[in-house]
Write a protein that binds this ligand. Structure first.
Ligand code: SF4
Ligand code: MG
Length: 321
């Protein structure tokens, strides 16, 4: 397959239960029909405000939560409903790096044990070989091989994230899903970890799905960027095209509010009215129409389909196409 990851019309609806009988009275449409691809060696950034469905998308790709509908194709295999050995095989190909490395590091396990664990559990290496590899992986992420005997609490936040990355690399994955991987770190440490991730990408020909609310961080690391709003991917394109010529009114508003270090042309700040609607009761037509400064009649009725405006640059908005 030409893609490491292909996601087709992916949806996740969480039932809303009510009363003592716990009847389903509605659904939270956390992800409502998202499609994209990630090529080998590529970083696709997914940006959006909290609650837009980006984390749920990442968790579905890792099969930590089961999709309601749609398809996930990882390395040419449909893993949407994979179970048992098939699911374990898919988990070796994709690994997750979390905001809080404590989510993947057991505080009572030495760093060596944490990194070696997936190798031992998956019977890839013997115990002694796995520990040797753990030491090598620590060097790969900028720590010392002798750190295998230390415990997570002995490390700083940035070092712990390096350990989390070493553990994610242990099984030679093709894809790493990083969800707010640097959001808990100081700004100076953030760029060190981003640069490490970029080095590792080239070294091991990795692909990343890099999820963050932070536009500057996503810009730093991504090749292409997708923007999510209320469970929908509203725009996706090459980084330079998207940041320099945002096409969707929501992307334009997000970028106008973000501080830009090397701002070439000054953008007028776009203030959006109102709040993000509830994903339990999303608007008809365009999901952004209740807040869009350029809303038209058609927007309230008809959901815009994605159209390609520049090479590889897609937008779902009635102003285009
Ligand atoms: Fe705004 Fe209409 Fe475009 Fe939606 S489709 S973003 S409401 S102009
Ligand atoms: Mg999140």
């Amino acid at each position: 397959s030409e893609y490491v990851l292909e996601v087709q019309d992916l949806k996740k609806y969480f039932p809303i239960k009510s009363g003592i009988l716990k009847r389903t009275v509605g659904y939270v449409r956390a992800v409502d029909g998202v499609s994209f691809q990630v090529k080998p060696g590529e970083t696709l950034g997914i940006v959006g405000e909290s609650g837009c469905g980006k984390s749920t998308t990442g968790r579905m790709i890792m099969r930590l939560t089961t999709p309601t509908s749609g398809k996930i194709i990882l390395d040419g295999k449909d893993i949407t409903h994979a179970k048992g050995e098939e699911l374990r095989a898919s988990r070796r190909k994709s690994q997750m790096v979390f905001q809080d490395p404590y989510a993947s590091l057991n505080p009572r396990m030495s760093v060596g044990e944490s990194i070696a664990e997936p190798l031992i559990v998956n019977k890839v290496l013997s115990k002694s070989e796995a520990f040797e590899r753990a030491g090598e992986l620590l060097k790969t992420v900028g720590l010392r091989a002798s750190d295998i005997n230390r415990y997570p609490h002995e490390f700083s936040g940035g070092q712990r994230q390096r350990i989390g990355i070493a553990r994610a690399l242990a099984l030679n994955p093709k894809l790493i899903v990083a969800d707010e991987a640097v959001s808990a770190l100081d700004v100076s440490i953030q760029s060190q970890i981003l640069n490490l991730l970029m080095d590792l990408k080239h070294q091991f020909n990795l692909s990343y799905l890099f999820i963050s609310h932070n536009l500057a961080v996503v810009r730093h690391i991504s090749d292409r960027v997708g923007v999510m709003y209320l469970g929908h991917l509203v725009e996706v394109g090459p980084k330079h095209s998207l940041y320099q010529d945002p096409l969707h009114p929501y992307t334009q508003a997000l970028l106008s509010a973000a501080p830009e270090p090397r701002r070439t042309k000054r953008r007028e700040r776009i203030i959006l009215q109102g709040d993000v609607p509830s994903p339990a009761n999303p608007p008809s037509g365009c999901p952004f129409h209740t807040r869009c400064p350029r809303v038209m009649d058609v927007c309230r009725q008809t959901m815009p389909k994605p159209v390609q405006v520049h090479p590889d640059h897609w937008v779902a908005c009635h102003l285009h196409g």
